[in-house]
Design a protein around this ligand. Structure first.
Ligand SMILES: Nc1ncnc2c1ncn2[C@@H]1O[C@H](COP(=O)(O)OP(=O)(O)OP(=O)(O)O)[C@@H](O)[C@H]1O
Ligand SMILES: [Mg+2]
Length: 290
């Protein structure tokens, strides 16, 4: 395999035989999965199926009871404090409930990781925070506002901007579109794709949002009864007959999202056949002057 091909199939997060319990309550039983470099990987499953817990185990906030987790080739079991910090700095996290500090402005919140983990001066921190604010699709004046003054969609974008503060390689998003109106949610779809395209980020997201799954996710793992009931692209999952997987595709919302994805695929294919391909453009010779 060439180096380029090898790096494309590189596994960045590897979980093997992961089991997690809280007291008698078993949340994960022997879960194994891998997340590849620069892919958008989604975790879905019913409420309480253990999605956030699995994500917390990937970012060193929770220890499984059994099994192994490795991130960027580093085994998390028995990791030293220094290695754990180094790894955390490579991961940006947008938590399910925002997690911004109410006493700080949006810009101060975004700049906080830079203040804590770099020696940069205040002026540069402000500039970098302002750039991340813009990257997340917020207007500059939002930087001076406090989290309580923002709408739900703006809060999600602000916490995404903070997750991007340290230029992470891995981005974790817990319910990035929950509670948003359809227009704001569609903006998040585009933003996630843009981030992967611009920075080659590996993105792990938890979502119930079928549009986001169809439009953005490369692969999806379905958690049910403590295990991974199915894993694959949305198309592959849609063809599976397992009841735990079917419940995401059947019903009016599931069918509508699938239909919409098919239509968009058709439109895209039409557009592509109209445009000359790069090979055609490169191969075309200028017409002779008459
Ligand atoms: N620190 C904890 N102590 C005790 N129980 C916990 C803890 N964290 C999670 N749980 C339990 O583990 C189960 C899985 O929780 P988790 O937050 O991972 O679910 P989820 O799939 O993210 O759900 P949701 O879609 O509602 O966010 C739940 O039953 C929850 O109550
Ligand atoms: Mg959760």
């Amino acid at each position: 395999m060439s180096n380029a091909a090898a790096s494309q199939t590189d596994t960045v997060i590897e979980m093997a035989g992961v089991s997690t319990s809280f007291g008698d309550h078993v949340v994960h039983r022997d879960i194994s999965l891998g997340v590849r470099r620069a892919e958008i990987f989604a975790l879905i499953g019913g409420s309480g199926s253990g999605k956030s817990t699995l994500l917390r185990e990937m970012i060193l906030l929770q220890q499984p009871n059994a099994g192994t987790v490795s991130v960027c080739g580093v085994a998390l079991q028995g990791i030293s404090d220094a290695d754990a910090l180094a790894l955390r700095l490579r991961c940006g996290v947008m938590f399910q409930h925002g997690g911004l500090f109410g006493s700080l402005t949006v810009l101060e919140n975004i700049g906080l990781p830079l203040r804590e983990h770099t020696e940069l001066d205040d002026g540069l921190i402000k500039e970098l925070a302002a750039w991340k604010l813009q990257l997340a699709g917020l207007k500059p004046e939002v930087g001076a506002q406090y989290p309580t003054e923002l709408s739900g969609g703006m809060l999600k974008r602000a916490s995404l901007a903070r997750a991007l503060a340290l230029d992470p390689e891995l981005l974790f998003l817990d319910e990035p579109t929950a509670g948003l109106d359809p227009v704001s949610a569609a903006g998040v779809d585009e933003l996630v794709l843009k981030l992967r395209e611009l920075f080659g980020l590996t993105i792990v997201m938890i979502t119930h949002d079928l549009d986001l799954l169809w439009q953005v996710a490369d692969r999806v793992a379905v958690l049910a009864d403590g295990s991974v009931a199915g894993i694959g692209s949305m198309k592959e999952l849609a063809a599976m007959q397992l009841p735990a997987v079917r419940q995401f595709f059947d019903g009016p919302r599931g069918r509508q999202a699938q239909q919409q994805a098919k239509q968009q695929e058709k439109q895209q294919a039409k557009r592509q056949t109209k445009q000359p391909t790069q090979e055609q453009q490169a191969g075309s010779t200028p017409s002779k002057p008459k």
